[in-house]
Design a protein around this ligand. Sequence first.
Ligand code: PMP
Ligand code: GLN
Length: 379
Amino acid sequence: IRSKLPNTGTTIFTVMSKMAQEFEAINLSQGFPGFGADPNLLNLVEKYTSAGYNQYAPMSGIEALRMNLAKKTAHCYGYLPDYEDEVTITSGATEALFASICAVLRPGDEALILEPAYDSYEAAIILNGGVPIHIPLNKEDFSVDWERVKSSISFKTKLIVINTPHNPTGYVWSEKDMQSLKEIIRDRNIFVVSDEVYEHIIFDGRKHLSLMGDEELREKSFVCGSFGKTFHVTGWKVGYCIAPKELTVEFRKIHQFLTFSTVTPIQYALAEYMENPKHYLAIPTFYEKKRNLFLEGLKKTELKFSATQGSFFQTVSYGHLSQKGDKQLAEDMCKELKVACIPVSSFYHDSTDNQFIRFCFAKEEQELEEALHRLLRLE
Ligand code: PMP
Ligand code: GLN
C-alpha cells in the first residue's frame, strides 16, 4: 500500500506513555488526568446505562446535551448557538477537528497551522488533500507572529487552524490576537477551525476568548471542544463542534459517515451534569492549584520556564543544561530519572528542536511532588 501519511509514525503521546510504563516512570507525558472524575458524574452514567439508554444516539447528539452546551456557551461567551442547527456532538474533539477540516478543504487548498501545533491538524489537512503552511510562533513567548500570518496568505488559503489555550505552550490569546485574526480574514474566503479544548483550564484570572464570543469571527468558524478535558474523562472521547448553520450542514454530512453518532448514555450523563454551572466554573481554580504546586517545585530545579497561562501543560527549556536533542533527553529522563515528558519537537512538521520539553500537571499532588523530587537530580 502507498501510504497517505508517509512522514507520520505512531504519535509521540502513545510512544512516551508506553515508555513510561515499560520503565515504571511517573507519566507526565501524554495529557490525561491522573485522578478520577466526580463520582456524581460516574453515577449518572450508571443511571442511564441501567435505564436502557444504550442504543444509537441521534446523529447530531442528544437534544439535552446540545441544549445545555448551547446554554453554557451563552453563559461563558455571550452567544446562544441554535442547538438544532449549530451544535453537533462528536467522538472527541479529534473527530470534530477532522470533520471541520474535511468540510472546508479541497485538494490543493492551503491551510495555515501555527507551530508548535497539536499533531492531528497536519494529518487531517494532508488526508483531505490540503497543503499545510507552517507558521512558527514567536520564539520568546509563543505568541502569534501576525505579520508572518499575513504574509503567508495566498489566493489558495482556505483555512487557518488556531488553538487557545495552546497545547503545548499554554499561550492564551489576547483581545489583540482576536482583532488581528479578524482583520486578516475579513473580506477573504478563509475559514477558521478553533481548537478550544482547554477553554476551562485557564489561570491567573484570564478569560478564555472563544470565537463564539465574536459575531464576525463565529460566522466563519468551527469551534471544537472536548468534554473529556473539562470533566477529567479523556477516555470517554466525547467532544463537540459549534458552527453556523451553513457550515454545520456540511460538517454533519461528514460526521454521519465518520462515526454517525456518539456514545449514548454518556451524552445523557454529561447533559445532566452540566446543568450545574459550578461543574465547569470550578475548573480554573482546581487546576491553578496544581499548576502552582508544580511550578513551585520546578523553580527548585535547573529548568527554565515562564508560567503556563492555560491548559494542563508546562513547557520548559533545558538548552542551558544540555545540548542533547529533546527526544533523546525525554528518553534518558524516562529511563534514568523515571519521569516521562513530551519532546516539543514532535509538535513541528520537521521536528524543529528548540530544546523544550512538556510536562502534564493534571496529576495528584503526591505524584507531582515525587516527580519534582526526581527532577532535582537533573543537571
Ligand atoms: N486538541 C488538543 C489541543 C488536544 O490537546 C487534544 C488532546 N487530547 C485534542 C484536541 C483531542 O481531544 P479529544 O480527546 O476530545 O479527542
Ligand atoms: N492531547 C493529549 C496530549 O497533548 C494527547 C491525546 C492523545 O494521546 N492523542 O498529550
